[in-house]
Design a binder for this molecule. Structure first.
Ligand code: FES
Length: 85
């Protein structure tokens, strides 16, 4: 699921690659200006690919393998601190 909508992608590939292949171009928006961001390095260095996965914010989608049943949300601004308690 991506932002509540069903999304069918191939399991076993990096989540960021699967989402870009599916047409997602904005993975998060910055907390200060709301600027759209998307994966850049695809190797866990730049942190531009952060998304919320299964209710856990700030996950590097380029470092996570797609698995069945994932619930992914575009991260809008700062992470939700309530979600991490
Ligand atoms: S794309 Fe750079 S950390 Fe994921």
């Amino acid at each position: 699921m991506l932002d509540g909508d069903p999304l069918r992608v191939e399991a076993g590939q990096p989540l960021a690659a699967a989402l870009m292949k599916a047409g997602l171009s904005v993975f998060r928006r910055t907390p200060v200006s709301g600027a759209p961001r998307a994966p850049f390095c695809m190797m866990g260095v730049c942190f531009e690919c952060l998304v919320e996965i299964d209710g856990v914010p700030n996950q590097q989608s380029c470092m996570v393998e797609v698995r069945e049943g994932m619930r992914v949300r575009v991260q809008d601004g700062a992470r939700n601190l309530e979600a991490t308690r």
